[in-house]
Design a protein around this ligand. Structure first.
Ligand code: NAD
Length: 510
């Protein structure tokens, strides 16, 4: 976490509350200049062959791997997260994205030949180009302070763009690594820049002239503001927003695996995961044994801290509201007495529908568990609420899993696992509803950072029949051709419309 001083962000460990570093901030008025410089860099870089882009990403990958321990040190110092998570949830997604991009981006971005099967267009040739958008403004949250901005910058650069990144003011040191790694790998000067500061710097970035796209990851509340500001200038936006993921445990689930999965997906990163499990629905008779096992196992868990005092207060407020309305904390429900922004792993049951925690994202180590009567009730409960980021279904039956997956309203659905595909780069990532729109990762994520340009070519030797002059014969000809091209029984239609086709042939002989 970090606190602002004038022109500086001081980073304090949320685990020990000791100072671990500081960065200089930029004034909001200076952001325009950063975007202008990035744009100049992009104009040259965007013309380089795809092999050059691939070589740059491969060099960045080597550097990330070589400096993995140093990167993990920075992440752990400023977030307090367990070191193993710095690898599994920060470095693995980053390295996987780079490797996937090195292998796939050149092919996906090569101009595609587009064929014209239509008889009257057969002499034409076309290609679909995937051009860079220019400068991509990346605005990032603090919960995965390296993986999120780094993978988004890597995708943007792979697509030929420059990047101006605004890291979270709570985790500026991890954000700074993104610029440093690209620069050290030999990226052109100003291709990847970091603008440190609070929300006002993010707002200045969204308003900057010459921005090709905004890639925003954060709360739904700020996402709305960003989309509105970008909308005023018609700058496209991808929004990766909050979530309140459900876990559906069907009666035939493997109990031990479901409990292990629930513990991890609810409590890793101290529950500060956009696509972390916040609600568990257990079918029928499995509810009792599941809850008993989950409670027993939650008690022994040691978690890292929340990111800040404010975040802990918010979690506590939602838990207190639920308890006041009649919910029961079968585990935890309070902050332990120790230095740092810790909170006990918490399991709530009997949560009434009017409790705020039923609708609002908790973003902490708190999960609610409820019994549902059958599969249909589980799907109804899981689809309740306004978010639609991730969801999982736990069952031994592949058939049931596939059926439930089709019915869940979410950007990703996992069977007997949760959320891990953020670290497998071929998987498109993104949400629906209040969880946002657009995709990062995978080919959809890459194409979301390009402008599709359709380029059509005609040698100019074949007359164009739909040009002037217009007369009754032209209408007659096109009416007949429509049936032949787009109707069924095309041979019969061609015979019936032979006079129209003759009239059409005349228009080609002009
Ligand atoms: P936040 O919305 O408070 O801040 C996100 C970023 O926006 C920060 O860098 C912040 O400085 C900046 N910002 C604040 N006001 C701004 C403004 N007016 N204009 C432009 N930028 C502004 O979110 P947070 O607390 O940093 O992150 C937690 C949230 O992020 C949670 O809701 C979580 O679910 C979400 N999240 C979503 C995903 C996803 O992939 N969908 C991933 C991680 C986190």
């Amino acid at each position: 976490m970090a606190v602002a001083a004038s022109g500086e962000l001081r980073v304090v460990s949320p685990a020990t509350l000791e100072l671990v570093g500081s960065v200089q901030t930029v004034a909001p008025e200076a952001v325009q200049e950063l975007v202008a410089e990035a744009r100049l860099a992009q104009e040259l870089y965007g013309q380089e062959p795809l092999t050059e882009r691939r070589a740059l990403l491969a060099r960045v990958a080597e550097l990330v791997l070589a400096r993995a321990d140093e990167i993990a040190d920075v992440i752990v110092a400023e977030t307090g997260k367990p070191r193993v998570e710095a690898f599994t949830t920060e470095l693995f997604p980053a390295l996987d994205a780079l490797t996937w991009l090195v292998r796939n981006a050149p092919t996906l971005l090569t101009p595609e030949r587009v064929r014209y099967p239509q008889l009257h267009l057969k002499h034409k040739r076309a290609h679909l180009l995937h051009e860079p958008l220019g400068v991509v403004g990346v605005i990032a949250p603090w919960n995965f302070p390296f993986a999120i901005p780094f993978t988004q910058a890597a995708y943007a650069v792979a697509a030929g763009n420059a990047v101006v990144l605004k890291p979270s003011e709570l985790t500026p040191l991890s954000g700074a690594l993104v610029e440093q790694l690209f620069a050290a790998a030999g990226a052109p000067a100003s291709l990847v820049r970091v603008a440190q500061g609070g929300g006002e710097v993010g707002a200045a970035l969204v308003r900057a002239r010459g921005l090709g796209k905004v890639l925003f990851t954060g709360s739904s509340e700020v996402g709305r503001l960003v989309a509105a500001a970008a909308g005023e200038r018609l700058v496209p936006v991808t929004l990766e927003l909050g979530g309140k993921d459900p876990m559906v445990v069907l009666a035939d689930a493997d109990l031990a695996r479901a409990v292990d999965g629930a513990l991890w997906a609810s409590f890793f990163n101290c529950g500060q995961v956009c696509s972390g499990v916040e609600r568990i629905y257990v079918e029928g008779a499995l509810y009792g044994p599941f809850l008993e096992e989950l409670v027993a196992r939650s008690r022994g868990l040691k978690l890292g801290p929340l990111i800040s005092e404010q975040q802990r207060a918010r979690v506590d407020e939602l838990v207190a509201d639920a308890l006041a309305r009649g919910a029961r904390a079968v585990v935890g429900g309070a902050a332990p007495a120790r230095v740092g922004w810790y909170y006990e792993p918490t399991v709530l049951v009997d949560v009434p529908p009017d409790a705020r925690i039923e609708q609002e994202e908790t973003f902490g180590p708190v999960v609610t568990v409820a019994r549902v009567s059958d599969e249909a009730a589980a799907v109804r409960a899981a689809n309740g609420g306004t978010f639609g980021l991730g969801a999982s279904v736990w069952t031994r039956s592949g058939e049931r899993a596939a059926r439930v997956a089709r019915k869940l309203r979410a950007g990703s659905v996992w069977h007997n696992d949760h959320v891990y595909t953020y670290a497998s780069s071929q998987a498109a990532w993104g949400g629906r509803g209040e969880s946002g729109f657009g995709r990062t990762h995978g080919k959809h994520g890459l194409y979301d950072l390009t402008a599709a340009k359709f380029v059509d070519h005609d040698a100019g030797r074949v007359p164009v029949p739909w040009w002037f002059p217009y007369d009754d014969a032209a209408t007659f000809a096109f009416r007949g051709l429509a049936g032949v091209l787009y109707g069924s029984h095309r041979l019969e239609t061609a015979w019936r419309e032979r006079r129209a086709l003759l009239a059409m042939a005349k228009r080609y002989r002009r």
